[in-house]
Write a protein that binds this ligand. Structure first.
Ligand code: ZN
Length: 113
């Protein structure tokens, strides 16, 4: 099974987010659950262009048990990571391809979209 390369999993609660995500920085995250084989199952992938802590809290409460995340130095890096997770895992709740950061002309590093 492919690895997301993200930190976690952590509980998707306001306290869980604050305990794990201590910097207001760009970031990429995956939401999901732990299956019976103790593996994290990605159900949704997303990113924040400036504050991954705040963006994760937008998802509380939602019917995901856990999240994983990583900080990135720029919205561009966070977007590229989001694209890789989208293509590697095809999360069931991502209905459309990730959108590039506002005002950028970046293309997906995997499919070029
Ligand atoms: Zn793509």
């Amino acid at each position: 099974m492919a690895s997301t390369g993200l930190r976690g999993p952590f509980p998707l609660t306001r306290d869980g987010v604050d305990a794990a995500v201590t910097f207001a920085m760009p970031g990429t995250y995956a939401l999901g659950h732990i299956n019976q084989h103790d593996q994290f199952v990605v159900e949704y992938a997303g990113r924040a262009d400036d504050d991954v802590n705040a963006r994760l809290k937008d998802h509380v409460p939602e019917p995901y048990q856990k999240f994983k995340f990583e900080y990135y130095a720029s919205a561009k890096e966070a977007y590229f990571k989001e694209c890789r997770i989208y293509h590697d895992f095809r999360p069931r709740d991502n209905k459309i391809h990730p959108a590039a950061p506002k005002g950028s002309y970046l293309s997906c590093p995997v499919c070029g979209q």
